[in-house]
Design a protein around this ligand. Structure first.
Ligand code: CP
Ligand code: NVA
Length: 300
């Protein structure tokens, strides 16, 4: 059975902590390994990417493997060849699929019909690699998660979904503020709370940010939602992470953003360029976490 990395909760509590610690060790030792010697990963990206593509390309090289990159524009994927056929063909060529796509069901189809590991490099429903990197960035500063409050300000999108999942695995408190109509999935929250997550929801960014140790946001219109940009700008205008919002957080609170950021929309220039911002460490950590994810995928 191929080992897939689809969701954080699939790792379980011990597995998720182990992956974080391993990523930290890899970062500290500038780890270079051999678990992908002679192996090839296909990166199938149906959406744009800077960090995820580059960090996976580099992580594969750090483990001794190589990559091929494929987009719908230059392949039969863009001409409606079924994913299940793509999965079966590529399984005979390469050793792993690293996939950025739209609905999670597209990832599930690749995993179901292929015979090699599938790694979730972002779907409309989650961005687990990013959240693991965010958690590594937090872990480096506050290794004890049990006293942490993490605030999510903005869209109930793929990032929010993965934070909710992470809250069911790691013992931090998650406070979420989204505009009405843009809340994260109720079913996902209920499921996480049932699994032990401490999550509170509101429509007031100041309430969610109050006392938070980490304040996290993301773009107002995700990839694939470009046509909603104007209405979203209106709905989200009170959800900009600015200095006033950061001032309601804990005294030494830090600011996280998966990037790319839209300065003047979800975050001000002052906050993202200011002393609370740890977004460059966060972006660097993508590479160390991807290396740990791939090592996990190729371990027994
Ligand atoms: N944060 C993130 O996933 O960035 P990219 O879209 O550049 O990969
Ligand atoms: N929510 C954003 C994340 C980008 C890394 C998107 O899906 O476009």
């Amino acid at each position: 059975m191929a080992k897939h990395f689809m969701r954080i909760r699939d790792l379980g509590v011990d597995g998720a902590w182990q992956m974080l610690r391993r990523a930290k060790e890899m970062k500290d030792t500038r780890f270079r390994g051999h678990c992908m010697d002679g192996k090839v990963a296909a990166l199938i990206f149906e959406k744009a990417s800077t960090r995820t593509r580059m960090s996976f390309e580099l992580a594969v090289r750090h483990l001794g493997g190589s990559t091929v990159f494929m987009t719908p524009n230059e392949s039969q994927l863009g001409r409606s060849e079924p994913l299940r056929d793509t999965a079966r063909v590529l399984s005979r060529y390469v050793d792993c699929l690293i996939v950025r796509t739209f609905g999670q069901e597209r990832l599930d189809e690749l995993a179901a019909y292929g015979s090699i590991p599938v790694v979730n490099a972002l779907t409309d429903q989650g961005h687990p690699c990013q959240i693991m990197a965010d958690l590594l960035t937090i872990y480096e500063r506050t290794p004890d998660f049990s006293k942490l409050r993490i605030a999510w300000i903005g869209d109930g999108n793929n990032m929010a979904d993965s934070w909710i999942e992470a809250a069911s695995v790691f013992p931090f408190e998650l406070t979420i503020a989204s505009p009405e109509g843009y809340e994260p999935s109720r079913a996902l929250i209920d499921e996480a709370v049932k699994a032990g997550a401490n999550i509170s929801l509101s429509h007031d960014p100041f309430e969610a940010a109050r006392g938070a140790n980490y304040v996290n946001t993301d773009v107002w219109a995700s990839m694939g939602q470009e046509s909603e940009q104007i209405e979203r700008m209106k709905a989200f205008k009170k959800f900009c992470v600015d200095s006033a919002l950061m001032a309601t957080a804990a005294p030494d609170a830090k600011f996280l953003h998966c990037l790319p950021a839209h300065r003047g929309e979800e975050v001000t220039e002052e906050v993202i360029e200011g002393p609370a911002s740890i977004v460059w460490d966060e972006a660097e950590n993508r590479m160390h976490v991807q290396t740990a994810i791939l090592e996990w995928v190729f371990s027994n």
